[in-house]
Design a protein around this ligand. Structure first.
Ligand code: NAP
Length: 250
């Protein structure tokens, strides 16, 4: 018996989907039937390649450039999705950067740029989709945080503060939107192979991971698909799902 893909007919917007975890999420949601809007900041060709890979697999996607730290660009992106597709069912707030350094020497600009994108960007995108989702009385918002938002990390005060902020935002928004059928959850990856972690010294990292290896972007994407699809996560909201090889057990 053929079973319909769980996201068939739905539209998903994935921020920072040109590379790494976001690209894997875009591919996974498209493989499960969603039309995917591939947001990117500057990697136009990489975003086009993600769209191409989705189409080659029989899916539907298009790319949209927007800096998600810029209010006007976020508003224009969500408007473009609604004008073109007429609906928006899933938002994955994935775009993120690191500007690591010890606190004593951390430049204010490095603090601010990480907060602006990794925290304020999530606020701006969530606020932009909230009106259509609340009106439709359904929607899934999935925020990519990090285990360092739970446990902190030396050299990442800006990043861990932003990611902890995303967890607070997730829970507040979940409480606010629940009565209208919109769920808000977070996924907290540990160390995942991507451009973001490419230059890190892997030896001490691997020692701290009970499963003994870094995770793949596809493994994070699987958790996002679970949270996006019905009926798997219909009764979950305000939760933080860790995908970290057992690194942080609380
Ligand atoms: P990545 O490989 O560096 O990719 C970052 C993505 O974000 C790219 O698509 C990039 O687009 C996009 N982006 C950057 N600035 C943007 C902006 N201003 N507006 C819109 N998009 C922007 O990172 P990743 O490792 O896949 O990380 C994805 C998410 O997972 C981040 O939120 C990160 O904090 C989180 N995370 C990662 C790990 C890990 O181990 N990798 C662990 C925990 C959490 P362009 O290509 O156009 O620059």
């Amino acid at each position: 018996m053929a079973v319909a893909a769980p996201l068939t007919g739905q539209v998903a917007l994935v921020t920072g989907a040109s590379r790494g975890i976001g690209a894997a999420i875009a591919l996974e949601l498209a493989a499960n039937g969603a039309t995917v809007v591939v947001n990117y900041a500057s990697s136009e060709q990489a975003a086009a390649d993600v769209v191409g890979a989705i189409e080659a697999a029989g899916g539907r996607a298009w790319a949209h450039r927007a800096n998600v730290a810029e209010e006007a660009e976020v508003e224009a992106m969500v408007k473009a999705v609604l004008e073109r597709e007429g609906r928006l069912d899933v938002l994955v707030n994935n775009a993120g950067i690191t500007r690591d350094g010890l606190l004593m020497r951390m430049k204010t600009a490095d603090w601010q740029s990480v907060i602006d994108l990794n925290l304020t960007g999530v606020f701006l995108c969530t606020r932009a989709v909230s009106r259509p989702m609340l009106k439709a009385r359904s929607g899934r918002i999935i925020n990519i945080t990090s285990v360092v938002g739970l446990c902190g990390n030396a050299g990442q005060a800006n990043y861990s503060a932003a990611k902890a902020g995303v967890i607070g935002l997730t829970r507040s928004n979940a409480a606010e939107f629940a009565a209208r059928g919109v769920t808000v959850n977070a996924v907290a990856p540990g160390f995942i192979q991507s451009d973001m972690t490419a230059s890190l010294d892997k030896e001490p990292i691997l020692k701290a991971i009970p499963l003994g290896r870094m995770g793949s972007a596809a493994e994070v994407a699987g958790a996002v698909r679970f949270l996006a699809a019905d009926p798997s996560a219909a009764y979950m909201t305000g939760q933080v799902l860790q995908v970290d090889g057992g690194m942080v057990m609380r």
